[in-house]
Design a binder for this molecule. Structure first.
Ligand code: ATP
Ligand code: MG
Length: 430
């Protein structure tokens, strides 16, 4: 009954990005500037100013083009759910066509709360990486969207030690007041009480390191990460102010080069932008339309996981919270569940809001729930099939992750070496 396996709302309104004959520019990803601004402005170009090294400042050698870079990650704290998928991963798949893409499983973040289960962590790390590939980030195969084989670098964060190192360097440049203001910290710390870990306070700095190490131009995240992206921009600006420019230039003889090969001076770290999707930016819990769907919610029925079986999906949707109003509608503040479930239907079918309203606006919950169940199952089935293939093929996932980590290390090592250099650490003797 449902029409397409996967066609995003954008894909239905504009020529398909999957079609290699369709020119890629202008890019359609909105640009993030301020928390209040709506997301309409296009990114100027995916082609960067000429660059030969990875760095943001003055370049050393004759000019070659650098593709703009995207970086993002999900923490392996449990099963990847529809919020992670629509809020983050699905956008990564589109972006890898136009951007130099680095996507990591952020396992260092997964232990921030303290007291994690080590066996679960390794299992969840592998499973998350396999979901990335199955959802369309596999560098070696065509993905479920029918795109060309992708070019993403998929890796595990802890396989690149520069993440931890840069985190320390940035910690020492970050005022603690900036971290105490983070909404997620305040919320989670309230729940953790006296047991709140230093990691919980510090995790936005690790996130800033993740992004800044790769000189990412753009970072696709869900709405909940908006504040952390702002913080990343602030930290980058502070480090550039404290140690960049003229001060960095003076760290070596006139016209000398930093460890990355670029000339000393200018910005050490590139200040990134966030990309927050209009639909899917905040997929809400099935049991409370005013709370976001989360891996860490102990109620399994609050989320639909990408790997849930059709039976589990049907059960969860059957039990999900509804209301006593007639018909279905988007945007009624008294009906957060209606907005959430209609949006989920919209995202799974690739229909526009208007099409969804035309089809479902006069439905009762009893009719809509089976339609939503079909749509979710139909959307997830090919991803699950690909996931099964990936985990069954011996050594395949490891091979992809090794290649990804090699590529990531190459970039990250240069950035952290430049930060060390600018901050005055003596160069390692080889
Ligand atoms: P946890 O509960 O452990 O924090 P999480 O579900 O919030 O897990 P994260 O790993 O923190 O997932 O986030 C990974 C990415 O998914 C981020 O870009 C985040 O913005 C996005 N994301 C998380 N939850 C949602 C959601 N409900 N809707 C849209 N995007 C989401
Ligand atoms: Mg989270």
């Amino acid at each position: 009954m449902r029409r397409v396996v996967d066609a995003s709302p954008t894909a239905r309104r504009t020529p398909s990005r999957a079609d290699p004959t369709v020119p890629c520019s202008p890019p359609f990803y909105p640009h993030y500037i301020s928390p209040k601004q709506t997301l309409t402005a296009p990114i100027p170009s995916t082609k960067q100013a000429p660059a030969t090294t990875e760095q943001a400042g003055t370049e050393a050698k004759p000019k070659t083009e650098r593709r703009k870079r995207v970086l993002s990650g999900v923490q392996p704290t449990g099963s990847i759910h529809l919020g992670n998928y629509f809020g983050a991963i699905k956008n990564w798949v589109k972006m890898q066509e136009e951007f130099d893409a680095f996507y990591c499983v952020v396992d260092l973040h997964a232990i921030t709360a303290g007291g994690h289960d080590p066996k679960e962590l390794v299992k969840s790390t592998r499973s998350s990486a396999a979901i990335y590939l199955a959802a369309g980030l596999d560098p070696a195969r065509s993905n479920v969207l029918g795109l060309d084989p992708a070019r993403s670098n998929v890796f595990v964060q802890s396989h690149v030690s520069a993440h931890s190192e840069l985190c320390w360097l940035l910690n020492c440049a970050t005022p603690i007041g900036w971290l105490e203001k983070m909404i997620q910290f305040k919320e989670k710390a309230r729940k953790a009480g006296e047991d709140v870990s230093v990691g919980l306070l510090d995790y936005p700095v690790l996130m800033a390191s993740d992004i800044l190490l790769y000189n990412a131009d753009i970072v696709p995240v869900g709405e909940d990460q908006r504040q952390h992206l702002e913080l990343t921009r602030d930290i980058a600006g502070r480090v550039n102010n404290l140690y960049g420019g003229g001060k960095w230039k003076k760290m070596g003889p006139k016209g000398s080069r930093a460890p990355s090969g670029r000339f000393r001076g200018g910005e050490i770290l590139r200040v990134p932008d966030a990309y927050i999707p209009e639909a899917g930016a905040r997929v809400m819990s099935l049991t409370d339309g005013s709370a976001k769907m989360s891996k860490s919610n102990p109620a399994e029925g609050s989320r639909i996981n990408v790997l849930d079986s059709p039976d589990e999906i049907a059960k969860k949707i059957k039990r999900c919270k509804t209301d006593a109003f007639e018909g279905l509608e988007f945007g009624n503040p008294e009906r957060p569940e209606a907005t959430n479930l209609l949006t989920m239907y919209q995202l799974c079918t690739g229909m526009t809001k208007e099409e969804v309203l035309g089809e479902c606006g006069s439905m009762r919950w009893g009719d809509f729930k089976p339609a939503l169940t079909d749509a979710v199952i139909e959307h997830l089935t090919p991803i699950q099939a690909r996931y099964a293939e990936i985990v069954e093929e011996e050594g395949y996932l490891d091979g992809v992750l090794k290649k990804g980590a090699d590529a990531a290390n190459e970039v990250a090592e240069k950035t952290v070496a430049d930060v060390r250099d600018a901050m005055g650490f003596m160069e390692r003797i080889h």
